[in-house]
Write a protein that binds this ligand. Structure first.
Ligand SMILES: [Zn+2]
Ligand SMILES: [Zn+2]
Length: 122
């Protein structure tokens, strides 16, 4: 498979599996149609896309990295029960942090932890 084609299908998969898939999930999803694709290739391309700003890489302490096709400003909530990542928007947060009165904050990574709506209902 050509490199550019490989990149395309991996990027498409991140968009398709829209709930913050892991590299493994992306690999398993693509493997059916592209049996010669390797997990290492998927992982390498995902990290490259994240560096290029095409996707977001979401690091979870003690769990696999997730990949996010949504580039708009939003924060992440990690459910400690089901392990799913949910998008949370906190209006005004970015502006507040980046306009901190004393510190020059250039970037931040916020991860919220707890129990998601569907886990709480059970
Ligand atoms: Zn949950
Ligand atoms: Zn997200």
């Amino acid at each position: 498979m050509k490199n550019t084609r490989q990149k395309e299908i991996i990027l498409d998969a991140v968009n398709h599996l829209d709930n913050h898939p892991t590299a493994d999930e992306i690999y398993l999803f693509l493997k059916k149609d592209h049996p010669r694709l390797s997990l290492a290739t998927v992982y390498r391309n995902l990290n490259q896309f994240a560096l290029e700003g095409k996707i977001r890489k979401v690091s979870v302490p003690g769990d696999s990295d997730r990949f996010d096709a949504v580039l708009d400003v939003h924060e992440h909530f990690y459910c400690e029960k089901c392990g799913l990542i949910h998008d949370v928007s906190i209006p005004g947060l970015e502006a507040q942090l980046l306009n901190h009165p004393t510190m020059k904050i250039t970037d931040y990574k916020l991860m919220l932890f707890g129990e998601c709506e569907s886990c709480r209902a059970h």
